[in-house]
Design a protein around this ligand. Structure first.
Ligand code: BEZ
Length: 201
C-alpha cells in the first residue's frame, strides 16, 4: 500500500507525521509530495479545502488530515506497537495532553514565523507577544514534567516542536532555562525518527 503525504519540509506538523511513520517502520509505504500550502495549490486543495499540510492521501483517494488524525490513522497501519495509548487511561491523558501542548507550541511558533518581517502595528505586536508567551509557558510546563523516551505520540510531538524552535528561532535559545528538556532532546535527537527528519535550509 502506498500513501501520498502532502507536506512542506519546514512544517513541524508534517515532520511529526513522518517521524511517526519512521518510528513505526512504515515510512516506506509513504510517498512525500512537497507542496507550498501558503499559495493554496490546486494539488493540495483537491484533497484538503483548508490548504494545510500535512495531508495524507490513501491509496483509494481518501484524504486524512490534520496531523493528530493522520498520526492516529498511521497507528492502524503495520504491525509495530502503536504510538497512541488506550483511550481513557491515565497514560492516555498524559500523552494526549502532551501532544496537544506540543502542537500548541508549534501553532504559536509557526504563527510568529509567518508574520516575521511584516510591519508590526500595535494589534500585531500584542498578537506576537501572546504567541511568544504561550511558547515560554509551554516550555516551562514541559520542563517540569519532560517526556520519557520517544515511543509515544506526545514525546514525538514535543521533539518536533523543539526542533522547530531550533530551526526557526535559533536566536532565542531555550536550553539554558530548560535543562531537563534539553537533556532529553539531545538523546532523542539521535534516534531515527528525529535524526532522519531534521529540517535544513
Ligand atoms: C515554515 O517555513 O516555517 C513553515 C512552512 C510551512 C508550514 C509551517 C511552517
Amino acid at each position: 500500500m502506498t500513501m501520498k503525504l502532502h507536506h512542506a519540509h519546514a512544517s513541524p506538523f508534517a515532520r511529526k507525521v513522518v517521524a511517526c511513520a519512521i518510528a513505526r517502520g512504515i515510512d516506506d509505504r509513504i510517498e512525500l509530495v512537497p507542496v507550498n500550502p501558503h499559495v493554496s495549490p490546486e494539488a493540495l486543495l483537491r484533497h484538503n479545502p483548508l490548504s494545510k499540510v500535512p495531508c495524507l492521501v490513501l491509496e483509494d483517494g481518501t484524504a486524512v488530515y490534520d496531523s493528530p488524525v493522520i498520526c492516529e490513522y498511521l497507528d492502524s497501519v503495520g504491525e509495530a506497537n502503536g504510538l497512541f495509548p488506550s483511550s481513557g487511561t491515565p497514560r492516555w491523558v498524559r500523552i494526549s495532553v502532551m501532544h496537544a501542548l506540543a502542537d500548541g507550541i508549534m501553532d504559536a511558533a509557526v504563527a510568529r514565523r509567518m508574520r516575521a518581517g511584516k510591519p508590526v502595528d500595535e494589534t500585531r505586536a500584542a498578537f506576537l507577544d501572546r504567541q511568544k508567551a504561550a511558547v515560554a509557558r509551554g516550555l516551562a510546563r514541559l520542563e517540569s514534567d519532560p517526556p520519557k523516551g520517544l515511543a509515544d505520540i506526545g514525546a514525538i510531538a514535543v521533539a518536533c516542536a523543539l526542533g522547530y524552535l531550533d530551526f526557526r528561532f535559533a536566536d532565542e535559545p531555550w536550553r539554558g532555562a530548560h535543562p531537563a528538556l534539553a537533556a532529553w532532546f539531545t538523546e532523542v535527537s539521535k534516534l531515527p525518527p528525529m535524526a532522519r527528519t531534521v529540517p535544513v535550509g
